[in-house]
Design a protein around this ligand. Sequence first.
Ligand code: NAD
Length: 264
Amino acid sequence: SQKLMAGKRGLIMGLANDKSIAWGIAKACANAGAELAFSYQGDALKKRVDPLAAELGSDIVLPCDVSDEGSVDALFAGLAERWDGLDFVVHAIGFSDKNELRGRYVDTSRDNFRMTMDISVFSFTSVVQRAEKMMKPGGSALTLTYYGAERVMPHYNVMGVAKAALEASVRYLAEDLGKDGIRVNAISAGPIKTLAASGIGDFRYIMKWNEYNSPLRRNVTIEDVGNSALYLLSDLGSGVTGEVLHVDAGYHVVGMKAVDAPDI
Ligand code: NAD
């Protein structure tokens, strides 16, 4: 039988190492038969990303710093040299000054607010602008968000405000690209121990809280996120756009501490 993603080509942005959510998504897509390209942020990450890409049969590994429009243009120009079309794009990128991922939101600086919004919010729109030009009907774009967009979470601060804006941009992009048959969605992932997450204050406590209080009584893995991404990126998700899908062991439906939750 034909594999789900056979004949589909996808760009994965935000792979830093084998703990990255982007890695869980890339593995799920490659296992389903997709052909992949990768972008990495800077020279330091190239030596990590090259072997991971090779593991999934990809030799298209291109630099891109999303804070620089010229760099995003260069990525898509490089991609167009190798591929004449694009079926999906995954944006698994976020950044804020870790000194502001602790303490009070009210103390956020203007400079870090601007930078966080630029790298964590606008970059998705910037990527979709270019991806749209390479996509046909059936194309799919995906970004990653967190429950801190909807509810106040300890230490998430300016990143929560940025994720709220990112989720709103998913809805506006879905409307704009829907007329061309291109879908735009987000996955709201539960806490996962990655490089980016290690910058968030008390992250171990947040992980424990989610494990003890989510309906599934566990944390999610990058494989859980990868499987749900496969649904949104493939034709299985053909009727779904503008959606924020929670892949969080059900944590977002809970209203209070579980009666069986141990003290942390
Ligand atoms: P990660 O550290 O593995 O990935 C973050 C990526 O962002 C890295 O590859 C980094 O190079 C990239 N990046 C940062 N600034 C960039 C820039 N200027 N240009 C290009 N790339 C840049 O961590 P992750 O947890 O896999 O993060 C992926 C996404 O998932 C982020 O948007 C994050 O907010 C989101 N998310 C993470 C969690 C979690 O608990 N880990 C939960 C929900 C959502």
